[in-house]
Design a protein around this ligand. Sequence first.
Ligand SMILES: *[C@@H]1O[C@H](CO)[C@@H](O)[C@H](O)[C@H]1NC(C)=O
Ligand SMILES: *[C@@H]1O[C@H](CO)[C@@H](O)[C@H](O)[C@H]1NC(C)=O
Length: 531
Amino acid sequence: MSSTAYTRPSKPPGTAGERRPPRLAKELGRIEPKKLGIGLVAGCCLALLTYISFARLFAIYSPVFESTSLVMKNAPPAALTQQNPVLTDQQQTKIEEGKDVSEDVTDTKEPSFAEATQKNEEKKETVTKPSSGETDEATITCDENGVDEGFPYARPPVCELTGDIRISPKDKTMFFVNPSGAGPFNDNGEKKIRPYARKDDFLLPGVVEVTIKSVPSPAAAPACTRTHDVPAVVFSVAGYTDNFFHDNTDVMIPLFLTTAHLAGEVQLLITNFKPWWVHKYTPLLKKISNYEVINFDDKDGGDVVHCFRRGGLGLYRDRDLIISPHPTRNPRNYTMVDYNRFLRRAFGLPRDTPAVLGDKTGARPRMLLIERKGTRKLLNLHDVAALCEELGFAVTVAEAGADVRGFAEKVNAADVLLAVHGAGLTNQIFLPTGAVLVQIVPWGKMDWMATNFYGQPARDMRLRYVEYYVSEEETTLKDKYPRDHYVFKDPMAIHAQGWFALAEIVMKQDVKVNVTRFKPFLLKALDELQE
Ligand SMILES: *[C@@H]1O[C@H](CO)[C@@H](O)[C@H](O)[C@H]1NC(C)=O
Ligand SMILES: *[C@@H]1O[C@H](CO)[C@@H](O)[C@H](O)[C@H]1NC(C)=O
């Protein structure tokens, strides 16, 4: 059996030559979700535009129709509802005190990634100032200009500070003793960031805005009520959290990227604090930090001021479940395999590798079939499970729920994870390295999402990956649309209409796989395990 018989090429619809101009990206970023479709239909190059829109679409609707309510739940205080203009001043600024008085401005251009869709144009400005002679060197470095064209939300702003940093939750402010006053500050000596690790205009208004305030002397900052020996990391858990995909892509992976090298010696300060969310992820947060999380929103904290010598505002992130080396954002070259290991240690998951199969061990490969009860149901789940049993798998059917650790244990016990495209596939992060992920991809040219959200991550996690694209015979869309409809003749036309059409048509189908057609893919999963 040739592997090409079972895997279809999954590439973004756009080819390397079909990248959209950057200007358009910015405009798309500003268009409200509901207008996106109109804009796209008006565009001339549908394939090109559709490629761009996938990430954008997903950015908007990925919390699976709950985005609006989630964002509303995280509604900002009245004072914060005024949205910031899109930041166009893309600078990375570093100020060092204690050197020369002259301004030494250095431009550096980062090496670009091999991948055609990624581009980074960063300007690094180094300003040196004479020593004040009394405090530690004050430095601030803000990275807010990263661009990943295929993933416009993937480069949220992050600032790192050293020196005398005084964090006042009450004022939502990090006071930064900065005698020179230099840095990426406005006329009031302020730098404001909404520290949610997804640069998504749709959700950012719901993220608490935190101010870094440059002050000339310690006397101009509030007095410390508590001094910490470890660095601070301030971030938000607003946005799309509580969707398991986003809990990982927007918080946990960024937190891992930002703090793993500190080996627990870091103080987390969380804004848009949600006790239930923090509770849900306590095992991971405890692995990240040896210190109890500080609720940055705590009104009862009164006038408490936390003082640090080092601190960061915001989290580094990359693509969704994909992380790549980067000289400043991922200088230690962490990979998803490292993240998987971190998760296994944090949850105490026992298996790093799948079962050894074969005559000698007599072990049956264990399959976990994730059931979806809402949209994209596998209608003949029981037939599929029966077929899997027949082929030798020991099958468990389960639905991912609120008990993250409990489900993580189930996934880690499996050698093969099988599910229809959806956030449940995020659970592949708990599989032992070398296990197999089988993704059933519904009808509607979902190659880009299938690949970028789950397929490529599986490869990066060193899992074996099998994907099955349903045919038009296997989708419930055939009960809703005639076969000559564009849903079947030209599915890209659905994408071209924007997120709403995609959500309403493609995301709401159910599938009933043809077990005859599906069987070779399961055999391939078995083969992969035995390799
Ligand atoms: C990270 O990878 C780059 C190449 O991508 C390499 O030059 C660098 O030395 C690596 N850093 C570490 C800490 O391994
Ligand atoms: C199921 O798939 C097999 C193999 O591709 C095909 O011959 C058969 O016609 C399909 N059955 C249905 C009902 O579509």
